[in-house]
Design a protein around this ligand. Structure first.
Ligand code: ATP
Ligand code: MG
Length: 432
């Protein structure tokens, strides 16, 4: 949609409005996600859009991009600060602990769909308010769940008709084996220090795993030269990963191992994964997740295994728009914004009758519209054509006097005259 010049107040930088025509695809994506999530036993949780800042600092990690520079943080009246959620895993875990859900039923499966906020540099495909849909399975260390969550994500994409996505998996170890790998990585990357980007030069000391996550081309090349995470994991992590790989084979889910894959948030342990799409360019991740067995204890809870993902909805949509096959395209082109019936009134006096009929028809579940802009009957007919309603009802003094409804099928030209509103409802519904 075109934007006006500077005459009006604008939305803040990096924030985007979603208009009804775009909303069709949003609705389709949300519906596909909800159905697949619920089939797999995940149920919706809605947490507030802001939380105590400490929640994100403790869970995501102080030396991550998100906490260091991307959070919208404000002072609140109590002298503490609140932060617009940059992601929704920590808030879900916060709710799990706050209500001590583990006491009644330890194992829980949740999903969420909603806006997230990160003060990133505005650039193609990056927003400051964007949307994620995700699932979290909490209260189990079972490696099969890692694969279940990935399969749920791919089922959503399959249902939407997204072709060409790639599932990438890795293990990043646990608190026992990670310190050893961290030291090795530090040593190996130090040899390439001069070739790394300025940020990564600092990252070597501050949080060396972030170097593996850098989007810079040179840094990406260097990451191929250092040791794999998998080679440095402990037996427990290796066994866990072995079961994960076996389960991929069992359910014929195609995947590739990316031995240097890490995620931008500190809370991950063992399995990490991404779903990428070639339509996206350099930032090609559309869905990301993994296991985070320490997150709940990091924020004060009992040791609790958990795994989940977050899919970027705008990113998924870009991938989808670029690659959707014809069958799916035609589905979203059939304009569900059109009313089933458009009522045309011949004179101003007839409008109350039209309004009454409109409400009766809506009561029966039919979408109906009429003119609210004082148009002539001819102009109303034009609107009926433009909104592409399947039927029109023309209401004039004659019809009102005789107590009949004149329904015209705009596709076939058939006309029905009837005193029986039920009959009109049946005809319209029969053609929906
Ligand atoms: P990335 O490396 O892509 O920045 P991340 O590690 O910072 O991701 P995650 O929370 O794992 O963050 O993101 C999951 C997905 O959410 C991303 O792959 C992307 O599709 C989407 N996403 C993250 N930040 C933004 C943003 N600012 N605008 C639009 N989508 C985003
Ligand atoms: Mg990021």
């Amino acid at each position: 949609m075109d934007k006006s010049d500077d005459k009006y107040v604008k939305a803040p930088l990096g924030m985007k409005d979603i208009f009804p025509d775009e909303k069709l695809l949003w609705k389709e994506m949300e519906n596909a996600a909800r159905e697949e999530f619920e089939i797999a036993g995940y149920h919706e949780i809605r947490t507030p859009v802001f939380e105590d800042t400490r929640l994100f600092v403790r869970s995501i990690g102080e030396t991550t991009d998100i906490v260091e520079k991307e959070m919208y943080t404000f002072g609140d009246t109590a002298g503490s600060t609140i932060t617009l959620r940059p992601e929704n895993t920590a808030p879900v875990m916060r709710a799990y602990l706050e209500y001590e859900l583990f006491k009644t039923k330890k194992f829980r499966k949740f999903y969420y769909i909603g806006p997230m906020f990160r003060k990133e540099r505005p650039q193609a495909g990056r927003l400051r308010q964007f949307h994620q849909m995700g699932i979290e399975a909490i209260g189990s260390y079972d490696p099969l769940l890692d694969v279940e969550t990935i399969k749920v994500a791919t089922r959503v994409y399959d249902r939407l008709g997204l072709a060409g996505y790639v599932v990438k998996v890795n293990t990043i170890g646990c608190e026992k084996c990670r310190p050893g790998y961290r030291a090795i990585l530090k040593e190996e990357l130090s040899k390439y220090k001069e070739e790394l980007c300025d940020l990564c030069k600092v990252r070597i000391d501050r949080n060396v795993f972030r170097v593996l996550d850098c989007k810079n081309k040179k840094c990406k090349e260097i990451r191929q030269k250092v040791s794999n995470t998998e080679d440095h994991t402990c037996n427990e992590c290796r066994d866990h990963f072995k079961t994960v790989k076996g389960a991929f084979e069992d359910i014929n889910l195609e995947y590739t191992i990316d031995p240097h894959l890490v995620r931008g948030l500190d809370y991950y342990t063992k399995t990490v994964y991404e779903i990428t799409h070639p339509a996206m360019g350099a930032r090609d991740t559309i869905c990301a997740g993994g296991r985070y067995d320490n997150l709940i204890s990091d924020i004060g809870g009992p040791p609790t295994g958990a795994v989940g993902f977050a899919a970027g909805m705008e990113a998924s949509m870009i991938a989808l728009i670029n690659t959707r096959d014809k069958k799916h395209k035609s589905q979203s082109d059939a304009s569900p914004l059109s009313p089933d019936v458009y009522i045309v009134s011949i004179s101003a006096e007839d409008r109350n009758h039209c309004f009454k009929l409109l409400n009766e028809l809506r009561q029966s579940g039919i979408s109906v519209d009429m003119d609210y802009e004082s148009r002539t009957p001819k102009a109303q007919m034009k609107v009926a054509n433009k909104v592409n309603s399947r039927f029109t009802i023309i209401m004039g003094p004659d019809e009102i006097e005789k107590g009949v409804i004149k329904l015209k099928d705009m596709q076939t030209g058939d006309e029905t005259f009837s005193e029986d509103t039920e009959k009109i409802v049946r005809i319209v519904k029969g053609n929906k």
